[in-house]
Design a binder for this molecule. Sequence first.
Ligand SMILES: [Zn+2]
Length: 651
Amino acid sequence: MGTAQPALTGPDLTGPALSVAATAGPAEVVPVAFIGRTSTLMQDPVASLRRQVRKSKAWLPAGFKIVAWYWDVESGGLDLDQRSQGSNWQAAAGAGIPRDGGMADLLRAARSPEPPFAFVICEDIERSARDNYNSLKLERRLRDEGIAIFATDEPFSIQGVNATTILVRRVKQGVAEWYRLQLKEKVWEGLKEHNYDGWNIGPVPYGYTAERHTHPNPMKAATGRTKTRLAVDPVRGPIITQIYRWRVTDQLGVPTIRARLNADPAAYPPPDPVKGWTLAGLYKILANPKYTGYQVLGRTHITGPTRRVEVPPEQWIWSREATHPALVSKDMWDAAQRISAARGNVQDAEQPKTRTGRRYRYRGRLWCKICKRRMRGVTRTTPHAPKPASYTYYQCPHDPAARAHAAAYPDHPNVMISEKALMAATAGFFTQYVFGPNRAAMLKAQLPADAKQEAARRAQLAKRLDQQLAKNEAAQQALITGLEFPADPGDPAAAALRERIRARYRELHTEQKTLEAQRDQLDTVTTEVQDPALLDTLPILGDILTGAPAGLAEQLFEAFHLQAVFSKEHRQVTIRVTITDATPDAVARLRADTRVTLDKQRERDFEEGSSSWSYSSDDQRAPAKLPPHFIPELPPTTQQAHSQATAQATQ
Ligand SMILES: [Zn+2]
């Protein structure tokens, strides 16, 4: 449009230069407002503003004249309503460009009964606001006042902005936004492509062999480079499948699995013949997603020469489709991950005791109500009693003498409970709530209270996550602002600063993804179906636990995924069991065993005598019965998978 490109030399920027620029126009002068912005990070904000003014003036047709000047020196990443609040513009005040205010003043003037201008001109629509949302907001607010905004890279139309202009503008806005986002993703893309193609990265997992292929890049192939695909090892592959089955289907602990494997090295050749099967090795196998047949990338993030940080599973990059034969199904792998998170160090019934006489039935199943930590078993002997005996207790690890402990829970007393008291409470619980004739009615009374409490807990968690997300977003926004303009490539300090900003941005981005995943999970976690009918699948057995041998009690706890919380204050144990589709079979098996051993055990117990119930060493009262009211507060557990249903009750 404009044919003149006058240099801006003095304060008289509204001078005659533009009147010669166009050949036709309305007779009257059309008042136009100039809107400009430059960033605080620009090396020369004055030069940038001058260019914007020059281009705007050059673009305007004859008869259009800039009569009002609005510009800011600030980030375009700010929300429209947060603009024009600082005094940075004073840095460019000496540039000789008139100023009637900033973006906020422009909007205010546009809203006034008689706006001093009919159009707004800017160099580039991107310059008015950096993201689409805010530039559309500006456009809309002006349009509401009957004012059109033009950009110097768009065609002019006296009727205002036409359809083509809008199309061009939107495309430009979209491209600009795409460019910003794409920069962030670019680094990952190359790596992802390699992964999508299904080539293995890293060592070949146990159970697979490496299938070498000529490198697809001829240059690399010429130097003998190859790429690797995974193939099933006919001997070791089935062992992986077996390990997952033991873990997921049979719910075995990793030490038990290790013991089974090491018991038969010929059938289960260990990865390292010298060390045999190790716990660490098995945990790695149970966490390795490559056994599902997919290639998975980005499970760890290298942060230093020897430091690796684990990346949350939601951010792993999975190949588009299966790239090698699966040794376990995705469902089974998922289930194994949930077990690892939920199970803790519950001891398997078949796992041999580490020391004779030190077998703790509630190991990994009992929590302290005050500090929510697992209570650990201890054995006490009574040397002064006429007949020395030893008793098993569970003790909270809280140590009032340790400064960190005392600071976290100042009023935490010594918390201890005897195994006998626990067993009595547990036996009573099973008798009434699981194997008793009135169990259905008791569960029905319990379920709504649980649901309410769970809803409250989730609402609180959701609120906290939302707050963290908002904080994270603000922090990311602040960093983006810092990166908005390119640094002088010759300035190493600026480049280093930008790299640090980017690194921090990546951290925040990772944190954000984790928070979002947690938030999403909170919304979808209600998949645990409460199915009270499962209770009816169990026989009415009454008290089967009193006097049951230790091994059987543990198997029963395992079958019901028993969890317990001890409250010293209320002298109360809250017990939670979960009934799944697999529970009735487990109970049937146990019954068959119990009948054989129960009588023998009863005889033995009678001889030993069992009159020494106690809660702690300094509190020797023997409560006859635990108070009946409910405290169904338990440590968070991973939800049950699939169509499993749970029934829960407390005592
Ligand atoms: Zn505690």
